[in-house]
Design a protein around this ligand. Structure first.
Ligand code: ATP
Length: 430
């Protein structure tokens, strides 16, 4: 390497249609691993590599470098594992993309809408990766698809505890993923849809409605269609939530990753015109422990406030008077049907705004700043169904002085005064 004499890489020569998989050690002391394409062509999850450029991957990264034509690459540093696999489902994924592209062409011709695709499967089957791949391929052929992120545990778009939609305008960055500009984000409040399934389904419907409205006025968005990433919870209410999502978005295609029973159930329960396709998972997808998932979530919140890699943000810390804000939790604890006041249903309790009296236990909680206008208070619909304009974290509460200290991406004052509390906590250890 002419630029860094002395730094010797490990060279891998890949035959066509094979991939190099490597993992970077987890933990703060982990050494980065660099990847360089020397000859030929290769891509990482659908984004092409430039030759002789070094890509850096940090702690915990799990990467596959795939080549259609054959290539050679160098790895610098000490990956935890690195091996070449000939056994990948990439050809099937590419065919899936080709089929979706056919549907977009037809939509263009017939003045109809493009494919709406839902990607489902249990945890750790590579759902997010398949979404990224299909979106990058679509945008590489000039489409403008929308990513709908319904995975409240591991959101690729915003902080955990949210659902969101993002228009994809360029392929994912090899190191950083999709550029997140102006996503549409809704507050859910916890990392599992099960904590409030009514709210989860409600927000899915909100996203579907906004997406459909956009499709009506934006032809490219309509033809591009959407790719919906879902949670790994595929039983009971989790399954019902998938069926709800399919109907809210009027999906045309469901890609089921590695779960035959789920495939059969969806084929049985969805209308016959929905194409349900079973796809294998990649052997490269690595299982992640609970601990690892928690770390990833924490990192996502840290990134929101402090930035990522090249881009550093400098968050603000200031005091907010209790009297200047209104804090709510969405959803009252459910009570037996027989105890509900006359004319009220469980739906009402799960979507109810419950005022939160600020106290010590607020410390470390993430709060969403609702975009609802301050006058919308009385209206439940206004707040529950309003997107979020940002997040703050409570770092300290002084009940005597009736103020709380918050970490915020923007200086004071808060743009709005309605705050929604999450179950999720973040300790700022920087
Ligand atoms: P979850 O249910 O938690 O959202 P998921 O099903 O969406 O998980 P992904 O996030 O797509 O799974 O993948 C899990 C991990 O495996 C990611 O770190 C991803 O980078 C890695 N991965 C995916 N495909 C490959 C591959 N072919 N080779 C190596 N690593 C891979």
């Amino acid at each position: 390497d002419p630029l860094q004499p002395g730094k010797v890489g490990t060279r891998f020569d890949l035959e066509k249609e094979t991939e190099l998989r490597f993992e970077v050690e987890a933990g703060e002391s982990a050494e980065h691993v660099e990847l360089e394409l020397l000859t030929g062509m290769a891509e990482v999850f659908g984004s092409e590599l430039n030759r002789n450029k070094k890509y850096t991957f940090g702690a915990g990264a799990k990467i596959a470098v795939f080549t259609w034509q054959g290539c050679s690459v160098n790895l610098y540093g000490k990956p935890e594992v690195a091996y070449v696999s000939k056994d990948t489902p990439m050809l099937l994924y590419l065919n899936t993309h080709a089929a979706l592209e056919q549907m977009r062409k037809q939509a263009e011709r017939d003045n109809e809408r493009g494919p709406r695709v839902m990607v489902v499967g249990p945890t750790d089957v590579g759902k997010s990766t398949v979404c990224r791949l299909l979106l990058s391929y679509a945008v590489r052929v000039g489409r403008r698809p929308t990513l709908v992120e319904l995975d409240v545990g591991q959101s690729g778009v915003s902080v955990p505890g949210t659902v969101s939609a993002l228009c994809i305008e360029r392929p994912a960055d090899v190191e950083e993923g999709f550029s997140v500009q102006a996503p549409l984000v809704y507050h859910f409040g916890s990392t599992s849809p099960g904590t409030n399934i009514k709210l989860y389904n409600k927000l899915t419907s909100c996203l579907a409605e906004v997406f459909s409205q956009r499709c009506e006025v934006n032809r490219k968005a309509s033809v591009g269609g959407c790719i919906i990433n879902t949670c790994g919870w595929v039983k009971g209410s989790g399954y019902q939530a998938l069926v709800h999502c399919a109907s809210a978005f009027e999906v045309d295609v469901v890609l089921v990753l590695d779960h035959e029973r789920l495939y059969n159930e969806l084929k049985r329960d969805l209308p016959h015109f929905v194409r349900v396709v079973l796809l294998p998972k990649s052997g490269g997808v690595v299982e992640r422990s609970k601990e690892c998932r928690r770390e990833v979530r924490d990192e996502k919140i840290r990134e929101y406030f402090y930035g990522f890699r090249g881009v550093s943000f400098y968050p603000f810390s200031f005091e907010v008077r209790f009297s200047d804000v209104r804090i709510y939790k969405i959803g009252a604890p459910s009570i037996p049907d027989s105890c509900l006041p006359l004319g009220m249903s469980q739906d009402d309790t799960q979507l109810k705004l419950v005022p939160v009296t600020p106290g010590r236990d607020l410390t470390y909680h993430v709060l969403s700043v609702s975009s609802a206008e301050d006058g919308d208070e009385g209206s439940r619909k206004g707040i529950v169904e309003s997107p979020v304009c940002g997040f703050i974290v409570v770092t300290n509460v002084d009940t005597q002085a009736q103020v709380m200290k918050v970490l915020s991406p923007a200086p004071r004052p808060l743009p709005r005064h309605t705050l929604l509390i999450m179950d999720i906590r973040f300790m700022d250890t920087k």
